[in-house]
Design a protein around this ligand. Structure first.
Ligand SMILES: *Cc1c(COP(=O)(O)O)cnc(C)c1O
Length: 427
């Protein structure tokens, strides 16, 4: 499938039925799998043969969908997880243990910030957060001898900053560690971080990949290029024998292409069990079949709405990297030449009160904590997710009281703009 263009891979990647087999991917609704002899099963447990034995670790439906996303990103191995949160946790915890350190962009999804700064800190894994705009020197200064990974988001949710992937990859590699990029917002249709030096890509498939607000999920994809063995002292989990698997050394047995995902499946899925249900994987695959058709429409709608808002007298500012006035326009032209995503944020001159009137008056855009689905939705963090903060704290957190995040769906842009225009008139 990798010879085909991206759209063809969206539709037909990951699964090619044999003669008389189902055209659509089968949902393997089975927790367990049958074997004729205990020797056969023993080989699976020793990772001597590949095959399925229990859906907490692997399921054929999930693997077909993971294979499609792997083809879309241009990786060598991939896996699905129950959520985007699980994907980011597994991607980091697969190479970081107690006593280790992470360098992360400060401009990331709130859930991931909490995961790294609070929950992983309780596990003894510390982090240094750097601005996505950090200079090479500032990035360099964030590393410590125990740093094991660098983490960032291609387009951050909700700040909409755009990551200079090459700069972050260069810093990571100079310190002998991989760059992990959460590519949820652009999806591989608009950016493939591996082409710019990223080593591991993660996704909340809950967003555009599913695209219909129907199924929670995550994915982890390995580029298969990072040389773990060349930095063996940093990555004992991959480069020394795993006693829970009869002394297998993942980086030796599965090579650069397979070590990361094999370890992540056989250790972390086994022990934490954050598996996506095969039903959800099937729904996710339906979304993937139209991802390349939907993303340009989300971008078209967002660009039109961003331009409309920018020229409206009641709007104080607009954040969208497709606007030539945006701080991230130049970096977006490089990494996102076809546009980024369908999410725009903006501030109203009338502040918090104006934001609440605007959102109340919108008819097509519903108030939701979700983003990136077929239906337009919006959120004012100050009156919802960040409700406990005062105006001062909101400013510090980068979500000033008047800020509205709007996720443009797949409706006709003329209707969306008319709806937004009416809501603005009501202020
Ligand atoms: C939503 C989101 C997550 C978390 O994903 P869930 O599927 O909700 O667990 C992680 N990263 C980004 C960029 C997101 O937008």
């Amino acid at each position: 499938m990798s010879d085909y263009k991206l759209g063809t891979r969206c539709v037909q990647g990951g699964y090619t039925p044999g003669n008389g087999e189902p055209r659509q991917i089968p949902i393997v609704q089975s927790t367990t799998f049958r074997y004729a002899t205990s020797e056969d099963m023993g080989k699976l447990f020793d990772l001597e043969a590949s095959g399925y034995f229990y859906s907490r670790l692997q399921n054929p439906t999930n693997d077909m969908v993971a294979a499609k996303i792997t083809e879309l990103e241009g990786g060598t191995a991939g896996m699905l997880t129950s959520s985007g949160q699980a994907a980011n946790f597994f991607a980091l915890f697969n190479i970081c243990e107690c006593g280790d350190h992470i360098v992360a962009s400060s401009s990331i999804y709130g859930g991931t910030f909490n995961l790294i700064s609070v929950t992983m800190a309780k596990m003894g894994i510390t982090a240094t957060f750097v601005s996505p705009d950090a200079s090479e020197e500032e990035l360099d200064a964030a590393f410590r001898p125990n740093t094991k990974a660098v983490f960032g988001e291609t387009i951050a949710n909700p700040a909409l900053t755009v990551l200079d992937i090459e700069k972050f990859a260069k810093a990571a590699h100079a310190h002998g560690v991989p760059l992990i990029v959460d590519n949820t917002f652009p999806t591989p249709v608009n950016c493939r971080p591996f082409e710019w030096g990223a080593d591991i890509v993660t996704h909340s498939t809950t967003k555009y990949m599913d695209g219909h607000g129907a199924a929670l999920g995550g994915a982890i994809i390995d580029h298969g290029v990072f040389d773990w063995m060349a930095h063996a002292e940093k990555f004992p989990g991959l480069c020394t024998p795993d006693e829970s698997y009869h002394g297998i050394t993942y980086a030796e047995k599965f090579g650069k292409e397979g070590a990361f995902i094999t370890k992540c499946t056989s250790q972390l899925m086994r022990d934490f069990g954050s598996m996506q249900s095969p039903q959800n994987a099937f729904i996710l695959n339906l979304g993937l079949e139209s991802l390349h058709v939907r993303m340009p429409k989300h971008v078209e709608n967002a660009q039109a709405v961003a331009e409309f808002l920018y020229s409206h007298p009641k709007v104080a500012y607009v954040n969208y990297s497709g606007l030539p006035t945006d701080k991230y326009y130049a970096v977006a032209q490089k990494y996102l030449p076809n546009g980024g995503c369908g999410v725009v944020s903006f501030g109203l001159k009338g502040g918090r009160e104006a934001a609440s009137i605007f959102m109340r008056e919108l008819k097509l855009g519903a108030i939701e904590t979700h983003v990136a689905d077929a239906r337009t939705c919006c959120l004012n963090p100050a009156t919802s997710t960040h409700r406990q903060m005062n105006d001062e704290q909101l400013k510090e957190a980068g979500v000033p009281a008047e800020l509205i995040r709007i996720s443009l769906g797949l409706e006709d842009k003329e209707d969306l703009i008319a709806d937004i225009s009416n809501a603005l008139d009501a202020i």
